[in-house]
Design a binder for this molecule. Structure first.
Ligand SMILES: [Zn+2]
Length: 148
């Protein structure tokens, strides 16, 4: 069969069949037929996870923006970017935070930059970071004095 170039391109990029079908307005049947025609390796099964890890799923939906912000191209839950992986929805900032800081966030995550929906791990602070910042402010006041 003749495979459409745009379908082939997305298949080769490892995009999930469902996403390709939605994006290109074709049926999933067409996409899987193209998959077979191109002789591409079978997708990893198990919940139909399109990416090996949650982190991969996160990275696949991010576009680096200006000033260190990261634009989110994935699904949103209201104003919150969410990563869909393995049938689970995880707030993207949690994944980004873990990638950036190498640990899970504690307590509530708050965005520290002014770009709504930003998905940069460095632009979120958890309870530990907020407490450390508070201590730093106090230390600053102690060193430099004044009524700060
Ligand atoms: Zn940001």
């Amino acid at each position: 069969m003749k495979v459409r170039a745009d379908i082939a391109e997305l298949l080769q990029a490892g995009v999930h069949h469902q996403d390709i079908a939605r994006q290109l307005h074709v049926s999933r049947k067409t996409v899987s037929a193209a998959h077979r025609a191109l002789n591409l390796p079978a997708r990893v099964r198990g919940g139909g996870a399109p990416h090996a890890t949650l982190e991969d799923a996160y990275r696949a939906r991010t576009v680096p923006g200006d000033d260190g912000h990261i634009r989110w191209t994935g699904p949103m839950d209201g104003t919150l970017p969410v990563v869909c992986h393995d049938g689970q929805r995880t707030p993207a900032p949690r994944v980004a935070f873990r990638l950036h800081h190498g640990r899970d966030p504690e307590g509530r995550l708050r965005r520290t930059c002014d770009m709504p929906g930003c998905a940069a791990g460095a632009h979120y602070a958890d309870r530990l970071i907020r407490e450390a910042n508070k201590r730093a402010d106090k230390a600053f006041a102690a060193i430099f004095g004044g009524d700060q």
